[in-house]
Design a binder for this molecule. Structure first.
Ligand code: KIV
Ligand code: ZN
Length: 520
């Protein structure tokens, strides 16, 4: 399969591991519905390979890989497996429905990992490489093999394992910089060395998987491409274990922007980058830092007078790529109070939404209400509004009404809240240190539960005091975390929606693990 993609020698395969390595970072968990939305968006933007999860890791991971395998048609769907038989069998089973599938199997090869983590001799590891790739090839044609901690592996041993993996049938060899230790020159040299020394290296596509512990994941990946790697493993917004993985948007835009000195290309529709970045930060609750390259809020902002002056004269003075090339349409006025149903439906189509009639009617009704409250309605507002509708439509607990009293006088902040729980309305008044605390206390009274609030985060969808607030709430119960989102022009309403959304997700999680624990 990878050979099929790679008929153009300068084509770089984009392997996205947001749903696997990205999801491995603490607090970053996504539920099945969210994983499917991310997978479909990645497919739509032209990602070649989607690593959908690690099927043996948990029933939830198995289910997610299986569900992604059912719906994704254009991208190759990949499942991760250690070298053991059960891992590989589980990955093969989860991937069964996929039209295009890959098993990615790995084992540590550095002296430190072999001795301390695996407690295996190099000979045993070498045999496991052959056995695991052979077993995986018994299920699928497309097998990728990775030597974990590859950049700290003895070169002779690395070459021996790579040669055996290719002989056993691996068509992609991925060299991971598992601990983000290498440097661009050193990594490029390593890739060149392996490709030159391994006699059958021309039978495989070489791939790289870089972690960002020293902030070099993207630089290392690009250096490896220059040295002959033709697959880059990366994640949206660079999320991932510890300091994260190489960021997809940075790799892709570097290739596009510096085509003059790096004549390689990817199939990514770069105009979708902003949309997918927002989707991933929304569902994970991991905000993008404002100065993050490509997708940070300030990435295309020109504050300094001297810069603004230059940009007004000719944008190329300070812009090396256009905001439009990454799909940034910020502050583009789209619709107003007087826009009709037809214009709204056209806008939904333009933004890539395919939603049913009922959801569309509801979204239109909410758009009208928003346009009454907010002078200018931007693309971002429509996206937030429709996502909010989709996110909350199946919730068992829904917010019906909220009233807040707060201020600087002596009365403590008070919230009066009505929730609908399984269709029955319940109301209460609650007090707290502040309005958010009072409202959240009300939720706990109306639906008693024992969770820890790990994150409460507010951001604005657009600019201005009438902007919609986008709130993320992360709740933790028995070591499991869920993220909830809520959007509204009223920050307090958005906060309650986000909390209630997280609570609903927790109920679904509980339902899956222990049906008896369903009632609060
Ligand atoms: O970082 C790493 O080494 C990995 C492997 C499983 C490829 O994620
Ligand atoms: Zn990794």
């Amino acid at each position: 399969m990878s050979a099929e993609i790679n008929t153009d020698p300068n084509r770089v395969i984009i392997f996205d591991t947001t749903l696997r390595d990205g999801e491995q970072s603490p607090g970053c968990s996504m539920n099945l519905e969210e994983k499917l939305r991310v997978a479909k968006t990645l497919e739509g933007m032209g990602v070649d390979v989607i690593e959908a999860g690690f099927p043996i890791a948990s029933p939830g991971d198995f289910e997610a890989v299986n569900a992604v395998a059912k719906v994704v048609k254009d991208s190759i769907v990949c499942g991760l497996a250690r070298s053991g038989k059960m891992d590989i069998d589980s990955a093969a089973e989860a991937l069964k429905p996929a039209e295009r599938k890959r098993i990615h199997t790995f084992i540590s090869t550095s002296p430190l990992h072999m001795e301390k983590k695996l407690q295996m001799t190099p000979e045993e590891v070498h045999q496991a490489v052959i056995d695991s790739v052979t077993r995986a090839r018994g299920y699928v044609e497309d097998v990728e093999w990775s030597p974990e901690d590859g950049t700290r592996t003895d070169h002779d041993f690395l070459c021996k394992c790579v040669e055996s993996a290719i002989k056993a049938g691996a068509s992609t060899i991925n060299i991971p910089d598992t601990v983000g230790y290498t440097m661009p020159n050193e990594f490029a040299e390593l890739i060149r060395m392996v490709r030159e020394r391994v006699p059958n290296s021309d039978k495989a596509v070489f791939s790289v998987h870089c972690h960002n512990d020293l902030g070099l994941a993207v630089a290392n990946s690009l250096a490896a491409v220059d040295a002959g790697a033709r697959q880059v493993e990366c994640t949206i917004n660079g999320i991932g274990e510890r300091a994260g993985n190489a960021s997809l948007e940075e790799v892709v835009m570097a290739l596009r922007t510096r085509h003059d000195i790096m004549p390689y290309s990817s199939a990514i529709v770069t105009e979708d980058i902003t949309k997918v970045s927002r989707l991933v930060s929304g569902v994970t609750g991991f905000n993008v830092q404002p100065n993050k390259a490509i997708v940070g809020a300030n990435a295309f902002a020109h504050e300094a007078g001297i810069h603004q002056d230059g940009v007004l004269k000719d944008v190329r003075t300070y812009e090396i790529m256009t905001p439009e090339s990454v799909g940034l349409t910020t502050n583009k006025l789209v619709l107003g109070k007087h826009s009709g149903r037809h214009a709204f439906n056209e806008k939904l189509k333009e933004l890539g939404y395919e939603i049913g009639d009922n959801a569309r009617q509801d979204a239109f009704r909410r758009f009208k209400a928003l346009a009454d409250l907010k002078k200018d309605v931007f693309d971002e507002d429509i996206v937030a509004l429709v996502d909010d509708e989709v996110l909350h439509s199946d919730d068992r607990i829904q917010m019906v009404s909220l009233e807040i009293h707060c201020g600087t006088v002596h009365n403590p902040p008070k919230a009066s809240l009505t929730l609908s729980v399984d269709g029955a309305e319940k109301s209460c008044d609650g007090f707290g240190d502040g309005p958010v605390d009072a409202a959240f206390n009300c939720i706990k009274e109306l639906f008693p539960h024992n969770t820890r609030l790990q994150l409460y985060q507010v951001s604005a969808v657009t600019q201005g005091t009438d902007a919609q607030a986008e709130v993320t709430v992360r709740l933790e119960e028995d070591g499991k975390t869920v993220n909830g989102q809520g959007t509204d022009t009223d920050t307090m309403v958005a906060s309650v929606k986000a909390y209630v959304h997280a609570l609903n997700k927790l109920l679904v999680k509980r339902e899956k693990t222990a049906p008896a624990a369903l009632s609060a």
